[in-house]
Structure formats: structure tokens, C-alpha cells
Design a protein around this ligand. Structure first.
Ligand SMILES: Nc1ncnc2c1ncn2[C@@H]1O[C@H](COP(=O)(O)OP(=O)(O)OP(=O)(O)O)[C@@H](O)[C@H]1O
Ligand SMILES: [Mg+2]
Length: 146
């Protein structure tokens, strides 16, 4: 397991780029952390590191539920399960097919996933308790085995 600490959204973006450039497709990435933890901020960096063609277009899938971004090697899917808690809802947006693809799938609120997938890269984001202005984030990154 690796732990990282950032103290600004820009640092989180850069961490995402670094982690994203090390990801080999196919891969599922679980992002966990409370509202406003920085899941989307990290996902934007991950997408950039994964080589998506228009990284500035990466935005929160909170309302769209599933976004997809082309990369030279395939597609980055970016999913938010906050409003997709049920298994049937997750199936209805085609998530099982997405998880079974050879692409990269980044999932916010991954603890709500009700479908099967290969062992993911797991990233947990926490806010720091001894942080005056509230900008410190701790990232714990680990491979989950089956
Ligand atoms: N170190 C940091 N890293 C990332 N974001 C930070 C940091 N410090 C402060 N922030 C702020 O925290 C917020 C993170 O928002 P973001 O949308 O990425 O969170 P989220 O985990 O995706 O939330 P949600 O659960 O609503 O999807 C932004 O407003 C950002 O400016
Ligand atoms: Mg988000």
C-alpha cells in the first residue's frame, strides 16, 4: 500500500496524472471518500495520465452517471454511483458490459458497486483532522486481490 498527501486541488491533479500514467488497461479503479473529498479532482488527473485526448473535458458524472473519454489505446469510463445504488440501476446503464470491457473504468462511490469486476486498484481519500484550512487530503492506494 502507498500513501500520499496533497494540500491543494492542483497537487491532487498532479498525483492523479502520476498514478494514471502507471495504469495498464484493462483496469477498474475504485475511488472512495466522502462528499467533496476530491474523487473527481483525482479522476481528472487519472484521465490525463491515461492519455485521454481532451483531458479538460473531464467532468463529474454526478448527473450524467457515466462519462466516457477516448484515449489512443481505448476508452476511459468515469462513473458515479452516488445516485446509482441499486444493482438493477447499475445494470440499466450498461455498467456490467463496461466492467467486462478491455477499458479503464474509474468509479466514484465504488463502495456502492453491486456488480462483479476483476480486482481493482483501490484509492481511498481522507481529509486530515489536523488541517487548518481544510485542503489536506490523504490518499491510500492499494491493489485489491480477488
Ligand atoms: N487537496 C485537495 N485535493 C482535491 N480537492 C481539494 C483539495 N483541497 C481542497 N479541495 C476542494 O475539495 C473539492 C473536491 O471536489 P470533488 O468534486 O473533486 O470531490 P468529490 O469527492 O468528487 O465529491 P462528490 O462526492 O460530490 O462527487 C473541491 O472543491 C476542491 O477545490
Ligand atoms: Mg465527484
Amino acid at each position: 500500500m502507498a500513501t500520499y498527501r496533497t494540500s491543494s486541488p492542483l497537487q491532487t491533479h498532479r498525483l492523479g496524472v502520476r498514478l494514471g500514467s502507471a495504469i495498464q488497461p484493462p483496469r477498474t479503479v475504485f475511488l472512495r471518500g466522502e462528499l467533496g473529498a476530491g474523487k473527481t479532482a483525482l479522476a481528472k488527473g487519472l484521465a490525463e495520465g491515461l492519455g485521454v485526448e481532451d483531458p479538460d473535458s473531464v467532468h463529474s458524472p454526478t448527473f450524467s452517471l457515466v462519462n466516457q473519454y477516448p484515449a489512443p489505446w481505448g476508452t476511459v469510463f468515469h462513473v458515479d454511483l452516488y445516485r446509482l445504488e441499486g444493482r438493477r440501476q447499475q445494470e440499466s446503464v450498461g455498467l456490467q458490459e463496461i466492467l467486462d470491457s478491455d477499458d479503464v473504468v474509474i468509479i466514484e462511490w465504488a463502495e456502492r458497486l453491486k456488480l462483479e469486476c476483476d480486482p481493482p486498484l483501490h484509492i481511498e481519500i481522507r481529509t486530515s483532522e489536523d488541517d487548518d484550512n481544510g485542503d489536506v487530503r490523504i490518499f491510500r492506494v492499494r491493489e485489491l486481490s480477488g
